[in-house]
Design a binder for this molecule. Sequence first.
Ligand code: SF4
Length: 336
Amino acid sequence: MIGTHRAKRDSLAAIEICLERDGGLGEEEALLVLGDCSVPLTGLLTITDRLRRKHSGNKIRLCSIVNAKSGSCSEDCSFCAQSAHYATDVKRYPLLGVENLLMAASEAVRTGAGEFSIVTSGAAVRSEKELKVLEQTLRNIRQSSANLQRCASLGRLSAEQLKHLKEAGLECFHHNLEASRSFFPRICTTHTYDDRVEIVRTAKEVGFRVCSGGIFGMGETNADRVALARELKALDVDSVPINFLHPIPGTPLEEARYLTPEICLRIIAMFRLVLPDKDIVICGGRGYNLRDMQSMIFWAGANGILIGDYLTTSGRDAEADLKMLQDLELEPYEKE
Ligand code: SF4
């Protein structure tokens, strides 16, 4: 018994030493965090809470998204309700017009979000007409709600197209890697991991704040989770959205049930420890997978959440999230 206590204390000490020496956990210690109870959750969360406070104080980023173009996607991502390869009951509609997108931005401001992302289904928004709608929308938001950070997730755009959007006011570009390089072919066959890495690199080169993360609970191993964190660190992304699978009927992952609240917290903690100076934002599947343990994500190291509805599933009432922050003496981050 004494030996077990000592092992736990030693594993926490090893994490502290690694943080001090390298500024972030290496592969071996990151695997320990996910591995088993040899790293006790309570001790772990004390470390990650401290790192989160060092990174962003008591400020929490609140992101809101609009599903600007839904369904009928040519890609076959096996977790996604929007893929045309699967029979799901997702809504299908073309790109919303400027007026509807502006209404969604106003709603984001009303609910207290500091960041607003326009998200479209499909491999990429390529038509000139669609890009013009997006540019017009971004110009209008810049004028009407200057404090709202303007973000978008539009698939694999060229550097030229990204530059046009930047000129129109886009500040942050989102493109997930979704999984580790070795696991990715098991969840998508219509494009490659390198396609995803390339757009992350291009968006960084164009000068965007880049938001890129993944989705967990698809059958990936702990080694896959660590490999994704290290890949994102190497790409020097600014913000890491973490999604937990909410299985969608009709998709190949409809039966996947791999997560528990503790596994989710350990995944968040591992990302905070590997990427101590980046934003870690908890997105889809938060309520479904963490249930009553949602507020613990901040101790685990998250400094952002998606509020309101997710892309194809409902989120909880934004009021409840704002109340949760208030109760925890945390405050929404405001753009300077
Ligand atoms: S994740 Fe994106 S690219 Fe993949 S199927 Fe869904 S909408 Fe299409």
